[in-house]
Design a protein around this ligand. Structure first.
Ligand SMILES: C[S@@+](CC[C@H](N)C(=O)[O-])C[C@H]1O[C@@H](n2cnc3c(N)ncnc32)[C@H](O)[C@@H]1O
Length: 381
């Protein structure tokens, strides 16, 4: 074996380089390093945000503050008396939760007036989305729906969607795909329907003001229509729609209430879809893979007359990434879909939706930006 005479010199150089690298990494007093340490700690602790939101929903804090529109600033002690009238509970811990959520814009924090005064909390516009309205709806069931035990069990397995996307983390954790799992648990199914109504009704109010694509439609099918709220609102706004077909899984429509002008039809959109002069769909395509979307779109295409429209409201990703509120909300929803519904189900860009639609025969496509989360995609046969 030949002796390496350069070995001591090489070793010294290596050590020098390591020291250089360490020196650069050690410059922890720079503003960049301080910000980086702060950000990674914030990200690592961020689970506190949705979990605290879930806590205030479970405790019904928003309704306790709102009190018929009063929205008077209340201390944690005052809120606690309203949410736990039996007199138990820890107001200091409630205040810790309220204070942290105030920094995320859910509550307004009112500084103590004078020595010995207490911090008080009222609802911001974000907090008001959790208040139960006259129809019994709010975004609160959506928060609860997302944090049920079965969904929470999937979250530590997000990396598995990278290692092997053939099975979504939800199925790995619970032994079954999400929709069939919900259907077997009556309370999960009920919460899902309530969560959908709470989110969809306010969106539909806004959408129906800005989008008039239902003109001339007489028979409208809502695919994956859940309890039928979207159809009910479309029929109220557009009397030309004489017949609404609310199409969803049999177990879902079996629980739906009667709605004038609406027929609930149970079935499987992967097999066939009832005929209509237009098909509406909200928050359905997103949860499926490209091949599954093609199957759903193909079935829509087959059920439409020449010139008929498929109107899909879906979260649509921007082409470029940035740190705006909108982009983050859409990207976070994308990871939710990957974890819970389909490892290869996803939020898509307009162009990706257009390509899927073209591949099943829809020649033309228009996008209407009527909301920050959902985009209305109109595909004409
Ligand atoms: C995210 S929810 C959207 C509900 C409603 N469109 C809304 O936005 O409020 C998706 C819906 O698709 C339904 N769904 C899932 N698989 C289905 C299938 N194979 N056939 C018909 N509907 C299905 C679910 O039961 C659920 O109601």
């Amino acid at each position: 074996m030949q002796e390496d005479f350069n070995y001591p010199k090489r070793k010294t150089n290596e050590k020098k380089r390591e020291r250089e690298k360490a020196r650069v990494m050690e410059d922890e007093s720079s503003e960049n390093r301080k910000q980086a340490r702060l950000t990674i700690l914030e990200l690592a602790n961020m689970i506190s945000v949705p979990m605290s939101l879930n806590a205030v929903v479970r405790l019904n804090v928003a309704d306790a503050i709102w009190q018929g529109g009063a929205n008077n600033p209340l201390s944690a002690i005052e809120i606690l008396k309203r949410v736990l009238p039996a007199g138990n509970g820890d107001s200091e811990n409630l205040q810790r939760v309220l204070r942290m959520l105030a920094s995320y814009g859910v509550f307004n924090e009112h500084a103590p007036s004078g020595a010995g005064g207490e911090r008080k909390y009222s609802l911001t516009d974000v907090g008001k989305t959790l208040v139960t309205d006259s129809e019994g709806l709010s975004f609160a069931p959506y928060v609860l729906q997302h944090h049920q035990d079965a969904l929470m069990r999937a979250w530590p397995l997000v990396h598995e969607a990278v290692v092997d996307p053939s099975k979504e983390p939800f199925e790995r954790a619970n032994g079954e795909a999400a929709y069939s799992y919900y259907l077997k648990q009556g309370d999960m199914n009920e919460l899902m329907v309530k969560a959908m109504s709470g989110v969809s009704v306010p969106f539909m109010r806004a959408m129906l003001q800005a989008y008039d694509g239902f003109r001339g439609v007489q028979r409208l099918v809502d695919v994956g229509g859940s309890g039928g709220d979207c159809l009910r609102m479309i029929l109220q706004k557009h009397p030309n729609v004489k017949e609404g077909i609310n199409f969803d899984l049999p177990q879902v429509v079996a629980k739906a209430s009667q709605i004038p002008g609406v027929t609930h039809v149970g079935g499987d959109m992967f097999k066939s879809i009832p005929q209509g002069d237009a098909i509406f769909m909200k928050w359905v395509l997103t949860t499926w893979t490209d091949d599954e979307i093609k199957k759903i779109m193909q079935n829509c295409y087959n059920s439409l007359p020449e010139g008929g429209k498929l109107i899909a409201c879906e979260p649509v990703l921007p082409e470029n990434s940035d740190d705006s509120h909108r982009t983050r909300a859409l990207l976070e929803g994308d990871i939710f879909v990957m974890t819970i519904y389909r490892a290869k189900g996803k939020h898509r860009t307009e162009e990706q939706f257009r390509q899927l639609a073209v591949s099943v025969g829809f020649p033309s496509f228009r996008a209407f930006h009527v909301d920050h989360f959902y985009t209305v995609l109109e595909f004409k046969k």
